[in-house]
Design a protein around this ligand. Structure first.
Ligand SMILES: Cc1cc2nc3c(=O)[nH]c(=O)nc-3n(C[C@H](O)[C@H](O)[C@H](O)COP(=O)(O)OP(=O)(O)OC[C@H]3O[C@@H](n4cnc5c(N)ncnc54)[C@H](O)[C@@H]3O)c2cc1C
Length: 381
């Protein structure tokens, strides 16, 4: 691992999160997958360490810190428990960061400290049943009425949906305007007409909560619009561009875990009178896993460092997310292959990692969308 690129502070953070994750998260990961339930214990433990306040201003109870520090922490969380890492990223990098950047002082002071302590959970509601990649075509409406807005519509695949107290919601004033007609709203649990339902049958990340959010004549005051009217799409893209770096770190953590599981197994399992590790094919595969993994980590750190330096980072964030997600899926697949039949059954860690990894090339922009973003930057569009 390219430790030379970490500051002393980042190394200490990495070591302490790793120690915590191995002690607290790893032992619960299999059970959370077999009997899925929201990982409250893990999330509260992350809060106890100040990790749910990373990148959040200490004025609002946060721990501050850089995006580089955040990705270092996320890699370790994801390496230990993928489901906890997606819960954490949706809460912090999506919902809390939207408030941090676009909410009023009053809203930030009222909501962020309790979110840092995980007394309130956040969700980011953009995707709709009609499509996620083409987010500008969203159908949920926001209609001006009685000094506020009435929201009507449905969001789907929303992480933390059924446990969230604070929902960041994107809705349109005028569908014909596409991106320019969209605004962002803050909706709190208890709002009349807000209905959340869990989605069952998820392939992996099973302890994470994924659900549908329905808005039936949900009225929100004008003050709950986050940012100017018509700027919501731009805000969503700003948040997603940055959050993609967090997801890339999650992918690196899952790929690292798959690599370690594979490395360990091939040194024990025998075939044809020798260890799997003694076959040249195994060695070449291990070398490829390690190299793809390291390249993904370096791309992720580069994107985080560009972001922290206030430099253009969007192309690099997409490169990191694309490369790291494909690497995680591939490494998990190779880990299963090395395990032979055992890799197809639980409780083999490879089996869980394979299911957990599969979503990584889909959410927060599919691999096809990442390549579109990269190409647009290359062509100057
Ligand atoms: C477990 C999970 C958690 C999620 N959490 C959240 C969340 O918290 N908040 C949220 O808002 N959303 C969330 N999502 C939704 C996720 O972001 C979307 O699923 C994703 O953006 C893809 O949208 P879609 O499923 O509608 O697929 P579609 O957009 O219908 O895409 C289907 C296929 O078509 C391809 N495609 C689409 N457009 C193009 C194009 N222009 N060129 C080439 N190929 C294209 C896609 O790459 C994909 O392969 C989550 C999804 C999952 C599975």
């Amino acid at each position: 691992m390219a430790d030379i690129l970490l500051s002393e502070e980042e190394r200490l953070l990495r070591n302490s999160v790793r120690e915590f994750a191995e002690r607290e998260l790893v032992p619960r990961a299999g059970e959370l997958d077999a009997h899925p339930q929201f990982p409250w214990e893990n999330m509260r433990a992350l809060a106890g360490l100040g990790l749910t306040g990373l990148t959040i201003d200490p004025k609002y109870g946060g721990s501050g810190g850089t995006t580089k520090a955040l990705v270092v922490a996320i890699e370790e969380i994801a390496r230990a428990c993928a489901a906890t890492s997606v819960t954490y990223i949706a809460h912090l990098s999506l919902a809390m960061q939207t408030l941090h950047r676009f909410a009023t002082e009053e809203q930030k002071a009222r909501l962020l400290p309790s979110m840092v302590r995980v007394e309130r959970v956040g969700a980011f509601c953009l995707t709709e049943p009609g499509g996620g990649s083409d987010a500008a075509s969203l159908q949920t409406t926001a209609t001006w009425r009685d000094g506020g807005y009435v929201l009507n519509g449905t969001k789907t695949f929303i992480t933390n949906a059924t446990v969230a107290d604070v929902l960041v919601v994107f809705a349109t004033h005028d569908r014909t305007k596409r991106a320019k007609g969209i605004s962002c709203f803050l909706v709190e649990r208890g709002a009349r007409g807000l209905i959340t339902t869990p989605l069952h049958g998820k392939m992996g990340m099973r302890a994470s909560d994924t659900g549908t959010v329905h808005f039936e004549e949900v009225w929100v005051p004008e003050g709950n619009r986050l940012g100017p009217e018509g700027q919501g799409f731009k805000e969503a893209m700003l948040i997603l561009d940055a959050s993609r770096i967090a997801i890339a770190a999650q992918c690196v953590g899952i790929a690292q875990s798959a690599f370690e599981v594979a490395l360990s197994y091939v040194q024990q399992r025998q075939a044809f009178g020798q260890r799997l590790a003694d076959f040249q094919h195994t060695q070449f595969t291990l070398a490829e896993m390690a190299t793809r993994l390291e390249a993904s980590r370096l791309l992720t750190w580069q994107a985080a460092m560009l972001y922290d330096a206030g430099q253009p980072f969007i192309k690099e964030a997409s490169m990191a997310k694309w490369m790291a997600s494909e690497t995680a899926v591939w490494c998990a697949d190779r880990a299963v292959q090395f395990h032979g039949g055992y890799g197809y059954f639980s409780p083999a860690a490879a089996e869980r990692l394979y299911r957990d990894a599969r979503v990584l090339t889909i959410y927060e922009g599919t691999s096809e969308i990442q390549r579109l973003i990269i190409a647009r930057h290359l062509l100057g569009r």
